[in-house]
Design a protein around this ligand. Sequence first.
Ligand code: ADP
Ligand code: ZN
Ligand code: ZN
Length: 742
Amino acid sequence: MSSVYADVIVDITNEKLDRTFQYKVPPELTGEISPGTAVQIPFGNGNRTITGYVLSVGNEPKYPQDRMKAILAVQKDAATVETKLIALAAWMRHTYGSTMIQALKTVLPVKVKARGKETREIALLADPARCEELLENYRKKNYKARIRLLNALLAQPVLPGPVVSKKLKITADTLHVMEEQGVLEIRRTSTWRNPVSDAAGRTTAGKPNEQQQAVVDGIRKEWEGQNRPCLIRGVTGSGKTLVYMELMERVLSEGKQVIVLIPEIALTYQNVERFCARFGTRVTVVNSRMTPSERADQMERARRGEVSIMIGPRSALFAPFPDLGLIVIDEEHETSYKSEVTPRYHARETAVRRAGLEHAHVVMGSATPSVDASYACETGAYALFRMDARYGNAALPSVWIADMREELQMGNRSILSGKLREEIEKRLEKKEQVVLFLNRRGYAGFVSCRACGHVMKCPHCDVSLTAHNNGKLVCHYCGYETPQVHACPSCGSPYIGGFRAGTQQIEQNVKKLFPKARVLRMDGDTTKTKNSYEEILSSFAAGKADILIGTQMIVKGHDFPNVTLVGALAADLSLNAVDYRAGERTFQLLTQAVGRAGRGEKPGMAVIQTYHPEHYSIQTAAEQDYGTFYEKEMDYRRLMGYPPAAELLAIHGAGEDEAHLTQAMEYIRRYLIRIRGNREVQIIGPASEAVSKINDLYRMAVYVRAPQEEVLAGLREKLERYIEINKGFRTVYLQFDFSRKY
Ligand code: ADP
Ligand code: ZN
Ligand code: ZN
């Protein structure tokens, strides 16, 4: 019988997580040891006994056996949060393909020191008279550093931390003494310094109405029975937040903790405040604007039980709560729930897994659930709950579809259709507000006809072709190529090419057409600084502008009660994305955009401008008809063999040498063909990626399609080993991505 060895990590809060030690597993313990198990081990020269965590188990010793120590015991009582999170990391490693260390670093709260990244500010508290006194005093005692600092603060009352420590060379000790004397205050910069204070006095949603109560009751019943993940499909404004809060209350009253995932883009003050107003200081927030150490602090507070609700984007999922009861995922369909770095996990799936390991519940909500989540409801893996009426029976906005081909025929070359222009005028007269939304998602060099809207697509994959600078149009799924066209194959017009219209251009146009209107623009350019995003939204919400122009970031997160008109410009731009999910994204964006109109007392209206008025994504978004959209979209996925009708594994490769990369990817393809065994496994590519070169790295992909996920996971593991033992792959970077889980 071969011996068994375990890699054990001894200090999981260490920055260098890869420091593991190998131990022998005594035969009587072999059955009890798996990734995450807490074990007692002898450590160091004095043979202290300490606790470690098993990361992996294998048959190959890395040291001479006689020098290797053995695990002493398994810590049985200790299903600590660490063991649970390590088990989760092991699952992520297997499912998404990464090293154990990469998975652990994603999952565990690594302690980071805020080295070189000071985020403190030093603010003067003392009044001028007191400062005079102090200076006098310091001079007497010859406190040079204090004099330097006080003088600097008198010139500029708030100084950035690095200026104080580096330029003025003030030590931490000096700062603390002066803080204790009330001379100054050391502030940590954080947008959420005190999320609760302002909330007082604001009214929050009261008691649940009938529709909300029915969902709350239904979900509780599910919890007592099968405890499947629950999906709330509720139209915009149906009041999903109150449903979450009622369920949270229940879980908290049992002494358990709650994680609330909200996409970064919707993680606004307005949204967080609703939770703070109800749950007070039990709430904490993490977001990507915080420094790693600030985030680590909040995670530590969660571990110690100082807070019981963690709100944040994707990464908040790993809050180390000792007794997790519920994970809420708001706006479940958001693409930001999918990680872009290895392990490329999806927060929804990982949440379901974590909840399974810790006997917690998962509740997610969206007005436009992902096709994947709805499919899971269809198969019975998730339980579905619906909320079809808006709270207070507010009417859904009426929608007008403007056919831009007709506009062109009637001689209107402007960015705005006649109808939209007319409606904007009316709103300006009535002093109501307008949102103009330019859909730019997925915009990536596709080629379309400005006369008829025809888009060049791959005949095999039905995704848009991309113009390359070698004069060819290329499909990024299968590698199909065709020469660039100079006349539209559909109508013969010579006006065929890449689409270019930015928010800036629209702003200029709108200002010319409506010279008296106050216009705000929000896009990547105007939101570069930390808080500008919030500032623009709040000043619009406060009525300081009539028209807000922006990209998809404006359709999320904020309530604008005085907005009664939403214009979706180039609504179908995202239909042309180089991606089989283009129809889904378009439907989601448009539905959310339309939902922004008429959130207050006044009825709303939306105008959708499009070249594809007949497309089902546009039609069903206009009717706010999710059911029909889902049916049509699934027909399409089945027809084309795209997820969730099938499983898709993408193997992304990047390398400096194009020829070498091509060859490596070709080897991968051939290897996969050799081992696939089953004809139902299809291998597609290699082909260049949508962006074929980034930072001097060429990028290519191979896709593998199969009916079941397990088949792909099996292929991936074999492929991983093949790549590991072949030196030729050392100079290419490879990433595995299960595309179903975006
Ligand atoms: P959703 O997230 O489903 O789009 P929200 O949860 O934001 O909807 O609710 C929409 C609006 O209705 C919010 O302004 C909310 O405060 C209000 N609301 C929802 N339910 C209630 C309730 N039971 N009582 C009072 N106001 C409510
Ligand atoms: Zn044409
Ligand atoms: Zn193709």
